[in-house]
Design a protein around this ligand. Structure first.
Ligand code: MN
Length: 242
């Protein structure tokens, strides 16, 4: 048995292939795991918990609830697309929402879990937006709008961010090496697991003489994949073919 990590699924009703992969993953690989950690951007976007009655959202919540009812604890960290997921979602699905970052004991090793966007400190424009969007007043303001208007507002934000990304270099949109190093130092040289950049890899950072593993999770745009960790270490695995 192992503990599984996924992120950046970007589920939405318009991406049936990823959705099928996700439902199958919950029924198969995840159902045999010690625990499942979803490290952000489970959804393409989440406009508020009053949207849990949307048929697609209901199907995702029901699938997570089945996993949890089957005895597999599931944890969810907010991503930059779905940070409005709240307590109603958590109650309905049975998942536990984790703060970003969170430290866990992973078979005797300390693992630091993050979505990953806070490591991208070279992207000043994004970090300024993030600070604003995570403020209570920004969230209250958005949540006060009717659901349909909110969806349109979030769609507009997404288009703007896609546009801006085209003008940004890959270095700017990747994690900042200095931020990774200071994070590893601050948390006592843990194993670091995050997503967000969509650049799956295993990195080894040497910080103050400590060798720290950093796993970057893959997105699910093409084929789903996950990280499986047990007492012997972590492996990145592809979904079983459907
Ligand atoms: Mn992200």
């Amino acid at each position: 048995m192992s503990t599984l990590f996924i992120s950046d699924l970007h589920l939405c009703s318009g991406r049936p292939r990823s959705n099928r992969g996700f439902f199958r993953f919950l029924e198969q690989e995840a159902s045999r795991a010690h625990a499942l950690y979803i490290l952000g951007d489970l959804f393409e976007y989440w406009v508020g918990d009053d949207d849990i009655d949307d048929p697609f959202n209901t199907s995702v919540i029901a699938a997570l609830a089945r996993l949890v009812a089957g005895g597999v604890p599931a944890f969810l960290m907010h991503g930059n697309r779905d940070f409005l997921i709240g307590d109603a979602f958590a109650r309905a699905s049975g998942v536990t929402i984790l703060p970003d970052p969170s430290q866990i004991d992973l078979y005797g090793r300390t693992a630091l879990l993050m979505h990953g966007d806070t490591l991208c400190t070279l992207d000043l424009e994004y970090q300024a937006f993030r600070r604003e969007a995570r403020s209570q007043s920004w969230k209250d303001n958005l949540l006060r709008q009717p659901l349909t208007e909110r969806k349109a507002a979030v769609e507009a934000l997404r288009r703007k961010s896609e546009q801006e990304k085209r003008g940004k270099s890959t270095e700017i949109m990747d994690v900042a090496p200095a931020e990774v190093e200071s994070t590893l130092r601050r948390y006592g040289y843990p194993l670091l697991i995050h997503g967000h950049t969509h650049r799956p890899a295993r990195h080894v950072h040497t910080v103050d003489g400590h060798h720290c593993e950093r796993w970057v999770l893959a997105d699910w745009y093409q084929d789903g994949s996950y990280l499986a960790c047990d007492a012997s270490g972590c492996r990145a695995l592809q979904l079983s073919p459907g």
